[in-house]
Design a protein around this ligand. Structure first.
Ligand code: FES
Ligand code: FES
Length: 162
C-alpha cells in the first residue's frame, strides 16, 4: 500500500491505496466523488475527466499514486453550492446533454479548453473535445454550449448563476 495526500475540490484527503488503483476508482470508492463516472474500459470515452493541477485528464488513465501531492477538481467541485460554473449553466441553457452520462467529463474538458482558449472557433471546440464521446446529442448542442460558456465567461462571473 502507498500513502497519498491529494486535495480534491478544495479538501485535503490522506489515505492508503494500492499502487495499481486508478485515480477514478479512488475518487469514487474511497472519497465518494461519484459524480466522476466510468464510461469505458479503454480510456476512450472521457466520461471520467477531471482537472489535475488545472489540466484535464482522463482519471481512468492516471494512477491514484500519481496524484499524490496534487490538486484535483471534479464536477462536484465546480459549483460553490450557490452558483453553477458558467460551463454548467451553458450546458443546461443550450441543452448540451440528454442522458447526461458524458456530461461530467464534457464539462471538465470544456473548463480546461476555455482556460487555454477563451474564444474558440467551432472547429477548435470540436478538436478540443475530441477525446470526449457522447452517444446521445450528435455533438451540435455540446458545441453550442461551449460557445455560450465562452460568452458567459467573457461577460463576467455573475452570468453563471443558477
Ligand atoms: S472511463 Fe475514462 S476514458 Fe472512459
Ligand atoms: S448525453 Fe448521453 S452520452 Fe452524452
Amino acid at each position: 500500500m502507498a500513502h497519498i495526500t491529494v486535495t480534491v475540490d478544495g479538501t485535503s484527503y490522506k489515505g492508503e491505496v494500492e499502487p495499481r488503483k486508478l485515480l477514478v476508482h479512488w475518487l469514487r470508492e474511497d472519497i465518494g466523488r461519484v459524480g466522476t463516472v466510468v464510461g469505458c474500459d479503454t480510456s476512450n470515452c472521457g466520461a471520467c475527466t477531471v482537472l489535475l493541477n488545472g489540466r484535464s485528464v482522463k482519471s481512468c488513465s492516471v494512477l491514484a499514486v500519481q496524484a499524490d501531492g496534487s490538486e484535483v477538481t471534479t464536477i462536484q467541485g465546480l459549483s460553490d453550492g450557490n452558483e453553477w460554473h458558467p460551463v454548467q449553466t451553458a450546458f443546461k441553457e443550450c441543452h448540451g446533454l440528454q442522458c447526461g452520462y458524458c456530461t461530467p467529463g464534457m464539462v471538465m474538458a470544456t473548463v480546461d479548453l476555455l482556460s487555454e482558449n477563451p474564444t474558440p472557433s467551432e472547429q477548435e471546440i470540436r478538436e478540443g473535445l475530441e477525446g470526449n464521446l457522447c452517444r446521445c446529442t450528435g455533438y451540435h448542442n455540446i458545441v453550442k454550449s461551449v460557445s455560450y460558456a465562452a460568452d458567459l465567461m467573457s461577460a463576467g462571473p455573475t452570468k453563471g448563476a443558477k
